[in-house]
Design a protein around this ligand. Structure first.
Ligand SMILES: [Cu+2]
Length: 150
């Protein structure tokens, strides 16, 4: 009876050691891939919406909180990819105001009522800010590209 218990224990230990990954096991590392990323520029608090939201008339007045500004959003505003991935970017701007998509190593103009395509390779891991550089949309229109390390 004792020998059977030792044999079962030895079998369990053997199975456990067989499934344990080793340092040379890279099967868990994701491969670089191409990702389709669609980003829409969405108006949130714009002058056209002042009839829908009466408080905006006060907010857009000279010296008030949105004087000279309009609030737009990149949707989605956070993009997460793996290091080495190629991003096939599509920007949809359904409204007539132009925008831009600017990172430290990328600058794309997004004309009004347009669909714009671009390609970007996420070469380095890290968290990278992107903004719309139209002065009236800064600093509200921004987001982050999160590049996970391999
Ligand atoms: Cu903008």
């Amino acid at each position: 009876m004792v020998n059977v218990r030792y044999m079962v224990l030895a079998a369990v230990v053997t199975l456990a050691s067989c499934t344990k990954p080793t340092r040379s096991d890279t099967s868990h590392v994701p491969q670089a891939r191409s990702r389709e990323v669609v980003i829409t520029t969405v108006p949130l608090l714009t002058k056209e919406l002042a009839t829908t939201y009466p408080f905006l008339k006060t907010d857009f007045a000279k010296g008030s909180v949105l004087d000279g500004k309009e609030v737009y959003e990149f949707m989605p505003s956070t993009i997460t990819v793996d290091e080495g991935d190629t991003l096939r970017l599509t920007f949809i701007n359904p409204e007539d105001d132009p925008h831009s998509f600017v990172m430290s190593d990328l600058s794309i103009a997004i004309p009004g009522q347009s669909v714009t395509h671009a390609t970007y390779i996420a070469q380095h891991a890290g968290i990278f800010d992107f903004v719309c550089a139209i002065p009236a949309h800064m600093p509200m229109m921004h987001g982050q590209l999160v590049v996970l390390p391999r």
